[in-house]
Design a protein around this ligand. Structure first.
Ligand code: ADP
Ligand code: MG
Length: 397
């Protein structure tokens, strides 16, 4: 899948509508982690070097289709200014006035539109809003991979108001697609490690890798549904409604496939309620009736590590346990370290999912991971084989 890129467009001294993903974590108006902003600077810088002026748009959080000062892009404007960009925030309440401002932009200047989700038309994929965005620039660049799974006005409806050849993906989008495609067209063996809390969130992803992956390793709370489906005692471990049936469906599909399923063979369990004892390791796969499993055990770590060290390609989504609590973080951190080690030996690994990325950072191995996919829901949908609505028109004919 080849995307049209900025260098494929005649951009010199042009106006460009650039959709980014500035959905950064904020606390009291302060940006907690600016990585999402840094990730799109290559595209912004490219446009500025080519003497373009930019109409920049992004969503932030989930405002209820009206102004919400806590979700304003003001902190983004301040941040970009601090990095030397000539940027001005505009609430585009008066669209004519905004259009006039956009026409007056000089080379290298940026008009940052306020959070696009302040307007109802954005999430409704409203064509008039899409047309308004396009009325400010003849070129459209989408660098918001994290929003590519959303049929929203600044991602989809705006597309039809540009010449098809005036539309391209940004460099971050390209990096994400190239990284994720290495998992969809992998060098074998491909090992997928799935964890986290709910099977329901991941079922289409897991199914998509049956017959594609050589091994699927399961951890996290979702593992208990798989164990219970096989009549193994899971004690008080977390299990969501309907998850046993979903686990059973996956087990059945895997049975008649070329993929091998691996489940935890031991666990770290919390002490029984009211007891003074510490967390402990189970003797085997069974979990005592009055206890709860919160991490994979050492035998499981050893056997999963062995599989990881044989992989050429690795996909990891979902922590192996309640890793936010240090007592139950060992399994997750061990898997993070194993993946990093395998990458150093030449394997290609993609890690996706907010909590899994946090775990990689906690383990301090981010620098060794081939691709840290920041797309959240968009990454998971892309890997599940879904055609993302925001991507379709960006692919080279
Ligand atoms: P990601 O964000 O990487 O896609 P998820 O959101 O699916 O991952 O799952 C991560 C969450 O699951 C974490 O908050 C983690 O603490 C929780 N979790 C994983 N295993 C367990 C477990 N055994 N018991 C309780 N919570 C768990
Ligand atoms: Mg999560």
């Amino acid at each position: 899948m080849d995307l049209r890129l900025p260098q494929d467009l005649p951009l010199r001294n042009q106006k460009v509508f650039l959709r980014c993903d500035f959905n950064v974590p904020l606390k009291d108006g302060c940006i907690q982690d600016p990585s999402r902003i840094h990730a799109v600077l290559p595209t912004i810088d490219y446009l500025i070097q080519h003497e373009c002026s930019i109409i920049l748009a992004s969503h932030l959080g989930r405002p209820k289709s009206k102004f919400d000062s806590e979700l304003s892009l003001k902190p983004i404007e301040i941040y970009l200014k601090s990095k030397g960009y000539d940027v001005q925030l505009d609430d585009f309440h008066d669209r004519n006035a905004t259009r006039i401002k956009s026409q007056k932009l000089l080379k290298g200047q940026i008009l940052l539109l306020e959070n696009v989700r302040f307007y109802e038309g954005e999430t409704k994929n409203d064509q008039f809003l899409g047309q308004f965005y396009a009325s400010m620039a003849p070129f459209f660049i989408n660098d918001a991979f994290g929003a590519a799974h959303r049929a929203h006005a600044s991602v989809v409806s705006t597309l039809k108001y540009y010449e098809p050849n005036n539309i391209a993906a940004g460099f971050l989008m390209d990096k994400e697609i190239k990284g994720l495609n290495q998992i969809l067209q992998p060098k074998k063996p491909l090992i997928c490690i799935f964890g986290g809390s709910k099977i329901a969130d991941k079922i289409s992803l897991i199914k998509h890798f049956i017959n594609r992956a050589d091994h699927i390793l399961i951890g996290g709370a979702m593992a208990y549904a798989f164990l219970k489906a096989q009549n193994i005692s899971i004690g008080l471990s977390l299990i969501h409604e309907g998850s046993m049936e979903q686990a059973q469906e996956i087990i059945n599909l895997i049975k008649s496939s070329s993929t091998q399923l691996h489940l935890p063979i031991d666990h770290i369990i919390s002490p029984p309620e009211g007891s003074e004892v510490l967390a402990s390791i189970t003797d085997d796969v069974q979990i005592p009736t009055n206890q709860k499993a919160l991490d994979i055990g050492p035998e499981t770590i050893a056997s999963y590590s062995e599989e990881i060290q044989k992989a050429s390609t690795i996909l990891w989504n979902g922590p192996m346990g309640w890793f936010e609590e240090p007592t139950y973080a060992t399994g997750t951190l061990a898997i993070a370290e194993q993946i990093a080690e395998r990458c150093q030996a030449g394997a290609y690994a993609v890690v996706g999912g907010g909590d899994s990325l946090a775990a990689i950072n906690l383990a301090g191995v981010a620098g060794n991971i081939s691709h840290m996919s920041t797309g959240g829901g968009a990454s998971l949908e892309f890997l599940s084989g879904v055609k993302l609505p925001g991507l379709v028109n960006l692919i080279k004919a």
